[in-house]
Design a protein around this ligand. Sequence first.
Ligand code: SF4
Length: 248
Amino acid sequence: MHQDVVNLNKKLAPLSVQEMLIWAWSNIQPLAMTSSFQTQGMPLLHIVSQTIPDLPIFFLDTGYHFPETLLFRDQIVKQWGLNLHVIYPSNSGSQSNNTSHTPLYIKDPDACCYANKTRPLQDMLANLSGWISGIRRDQTLNRANIELIERLPQGCLRIHPLANWTKKDVWQYITKHQLPEHPLLSQGYLSIGCKPCTRPVFEQDENNDRAGRWVNNNKVECGLHTLLRGNQLNHLHEHVDGKPFGKE
Ligand code: SF4
């Protein structure tokens, strides 16, 4: 990690989530946050609405979301006065370079997530200096080592104000502030992504917040929180678009 990012992590460590958000809004511009409007994302959205309500909130619309998610999103945005920006994939990303009759989410879910989520966000990041994400260390092994602030290979700073929070902290906040729940939570869905790739979890796995996603597949992440920090972008860009990244 570069020394400037080490120093920033030291600076942010004693701050509350509210203080971290205000610091980021004052010091990193242009700045935006992503949210998928799941129940566990409600605390950060709620804190944003009370501290920096003008912060642009990006929602990646893959075209495959549950209608309940879109309705819930719009209710929260209206109720809390959030500054929502819906991001759509370019070039009919839902199918992208797929010429077969099998949907890309079945044929190659990594390529589908790349075309519909990672690439559109990557395009947005090119215009940002900072990206706030609500991921936590206790969610998956891939997220266990995230820092409060990191610099992506693309140059943008990524801030994780909830990195230190646990699932218990999230639920305590939700209960204390009586935050609304995504309507599918009561139907057994734990982590709610795109409809074709999300299943209800009837035997709840207490240790796996993301149970029910990409069932029967080893995939556990869509790539937003791994690919953009790693070096697999060129491979997927070539696979989906037929040309290496940067060769537009
Ligand atoms: S979650 Fe499924 S449908 Fe959504 S982008 Fe990823 S593979 Fe495609």
